[in-house]
Design a protein around this ligand. Sequence first.
Ligand SMILES: [Zn+2]
Length: 236
Amino acid sequence: MSKENEKEFNLTPGENERYKPVKADLTCPKCGKTHTLTLRACVNVSLHPEEKAQVLDGSFFQYKCPDCGESIAVTYPCLYDDMGKALMIYLLPDETEVALAKLNAQQEKWSDDMMKAAKVCTMRAVRSINELCEKIKIADADLDDRYVEITKAFVFAQFLRQQPDFLAAQVLYDRQDGEDGLVIMGKDGKTLWVVWPEGLYDEVINMFGDRVESEKSTAYELIDANWTMKILGSKS
Ligand SMILES: [Zn+2]
């Protein structure tokens, strides 16, 4: 995945502009010139299926400087909407928790149709493009990201018992050659692939199903390692 440059632009979409293109000024980190970008605040892959691949390979969030050609990763609040999979994922890269609280507070103003959609959709918030791609891959694998997160915690804990000195920067679900597993990225840039033990995911559903389903919500949720700690902490 591309490096994310220091965000040198202001992005202040109005209340009703969330789905409209948003203008933002970006200063190129290489040549220093400033350009006004048109950012799209929503990716609708039901209407534009080709954009899913662009999100997954990172190109959707890449901007090419017209002066020097530098490729710049631009992350900003953006809704990934896949109606076919009833999946809505909000990328909230800055002050994610605060942005998420604001976003969910707007639910009071949602239309009845939006509320109906919220009841059937999986609604998630993510902090980064990597996490957005992970959620898309989990849905493509027909897995439930809540149980995937819990499974990740067990597999990663086991991994750390074997490699206690490994400093992980990020741990992401992936499916490679038909097998589910974790991509573990080290702080030193090293990336490892760890396959899940057979049957563990189903075991996690059996163990935590009741607990997880009791947390069901119609708001956008951060289902991440912190959420998993909360679930695991309350189980014992
Ligand atoms: Zn430039």
